[in-house]
Design a protein around this ligand. Structure first.
Ligand code: KIV
Ligand code: NA
Length: 277
């Protein structure tokens, strides 16, 4: 199957073909996602919560994000690969942000970086774009702003707030963003923004009118140990599958039914009898 690119995703938008995106954080899940036909794989900083067990996305570092991105890079052949720039890595100055973004492309093989924020990030998006680093924007419920938002709350809930989001989206597009994630906003706001942009919108908790959808892998397969949000649809029960498998293994070890003789290596008959001398 043909390699997915950002121009190909824009083409999908023009042709009204939905874009399927998913997060991945390691080789095995990224490989399955890529082989299953996911168009865009995101190494999200959500890995701070679902893989590393933190309460927020804030503690994860550039080096940790690079480590996961390299593992995913080895697996992904078809999808376009995007990495999240973590909190603190693009907030100090434009120069350090560009330096950090270059690492994701050069050291980890990402094809784009994602940063949270709107018009306040337009200058940075423009500099990254000039540096040949494609940028995916991220608007609405931006988890790195958890302290500002006072929790994980739906954003853009008034006409004025939805208009502000549209202004942010237009500013990001004008600065060169190649796609924009819309998270945790009313369907109507996402629909309005999607209609006004040339670049694709990828929604999560933003309704069905976005150009694409993204979910956190661990939410999709019930592995995130959290009450699923309204927008999550679980397509499998990995926690149940893994729990049943591991409990079975423990039982078999404890009852000495694992491993069996057939699951063991053997000496030849001659060598075995020599051993008995
Ligand atoms: O980190 C993440 O998983 C994300 C997606 C939810 C868009 O940013
Ligand atoms: Na993220």
């Amino acid at each position: 199957p043909a390699k997915v690119t950002f121009p190909a995703l824009s083409e999908k938008k023009r042709n009204r073909q939905p874009i399927a995106a998913l997060t991945a954080y390691d080789y095995s899940t990224a490989r399955i996602a890529d082989e299953a036909g996911i168009d865009l794989v995101l190494v999200g900083d959500s890995l701070a919560m679902v893989v590393l067990g933190y309460d927020t996305t804030l503690p994860v570092t550039v080096d940790e994000m690079l480590h996961h991105t390299r593992a995913v890079r080895r697996a992904v052949k078809r999808a376009v690969l995007v990495a999240d720039m973590p909190f603190g890595s693009y907030h100090m100055s434009i120069d350090t942000a560009v330096e950090n973004a270059v690492r994701f492309i050069k050291e980890a093989g990402a094809e784009a970086v994602k940063i949270e924020g709107g018009a306040n990030r337009a200058a940075l998006v423009q500099r990254l774009t000039e540096a040949e680093i494609p940028v995916v924007g991220h608007l609405g419920l931006t988890p790195q702003s958890v302290h500002h938002m006072g929790g994980y709350k739906v954003q853009g809930k008034t006409a004025a707030a939805a208009d502000d989001l549209l202004e942010d989206a237009l500013a990001l597009e004008a600065a060169g963003a190649v796609a924009i994630v819309l998270e945790g906003i009313p369907r109507e706001a996402a629909s309005h923004i999607t209609a006004r942009l040339d670049v694709p919108t990828i929604g999560i908790g933003a309704g069905p009118d976005c150009d694409g959808q993204i979910l956190v892998f661990h939410d999709l397969v019930n592995l995130s140990f959290a009450k699923p949000a309204k927008f999550v649809r679980q397509y499998g029960d990995a926690a149940g599958l893994f729990r049943t498998a591991i409990e079975g293994y423990v039982r078999d070890v404890e009852t000495r039914t694992f491993p069996s003789d057939a699951e063991s290596y053997h000496l030849s008959k001659e060598a075995a009898s020599a051993l008995e001398q």
